[in-house]
Design a protein. Sequence first.
Length: 406
Amino acid sequence: MIAAAWAGWMLDSFDFAMLLFLLPHLGGVFHAGLPAMTLIVTATGLAKVVGTIGWGFAADRFGRKLVFMAAVLWFSCAAGLSGLAWSYASFMAFRVLFGLGFGGEWTVSVSLLMETVPAAVRPHASGLMVTGYEIGYMVAAATFHLLFPVLGWRWMFAIGAVPALLTIFIRKNIAESPDWLRDRQQHARRRAREAFEINPAAVQAWLFSGALNFLLWSVQVLYPTLLITVQHIDASRTYPFLIAYSIGSLSGKPLCGYVASRIGERRTIVAFLCAVIPLTVLYTLVSSVWLLTLGAISMGLFASGLFGILPHYQAQRFSVKGRATGVGISYAMTGASSVAPYAIARLAPSLGLSEAMAMFIAGSAAVVIAIALWNTTRWMPGATSTDEANDAQRPTTHGPDAHARA
């Protein structure tokens, strides 16, 4: 199951990262400025708001496995269609379709993974799963560097249709969530009502997911554009910086999961983000190649690395009956946070792109810290001894599905 979730997230990341690398070029193809191109990214994210909630509800109703396969097939087809776009409007439409499926892969795979692996290793499984994003990002960077000059932009999106083959692996090798099967038998009549149970832990999951992704969108979406337009680095020479960021992130996610299992999630979040704020200077405001490289590695390690605990952070705040729906709403908040690059692009002409990015990164990091410090452990039905509840020395037998966590 870890392999399937990892592969889905990796292939998801490949297509989204490819869009970021191609933004400057596509602006010329479609005769659109930076704000118009970032609006496509924002529209993709907002489509996830609808998609993630819908996929989550479907997964709670029809099961994790079937909906996981459908989501992967959906975003794969939409990725391939993006390469057939003939205008700005058609490209926007295909990216919106991609966004509808993009969130479904995350929503369902998180629920399925967290309900399949033993409770003691969930923080580590969480960190391992999201490293797929960095592999996808690096593969996209390498593909862009090697094949884009030869094949052109349409083939870059055509490659994104390959993940459809993952559905064959899922169908043959992945079993349905045992928690979902057990809960369907025991609580079928109550599921619809309890799926939408709202409490402080659920609200925290939604706010944390939105704010953390606002930070990531601020860090990542316009970074290739920053290197090309502000640092005046040729597009073909941005590859080392993108790889440096990916290496930092690839290291940071399992590190974050490990640290969280030792000292608790809340302390880990605060420590990582306290490092992010000063590192913003190295990431956006310096011109030295060596300092830029150090900034890329460090920002990947601490900012993107925090996503190593996000699947576990979300899942433990919802009971089995409504977990996919709850995680879906959490991930929908990431769609709302996609306004970040558009806002940065609008401010860039007056502040400068580097300065606007720095302001958004540091500000969003401070907001995430504030949300993480809110103690909601008493409302967390899915808590285990290795998660945030450990900070409060809270027993692990609280909640409607505690028997499944023992």
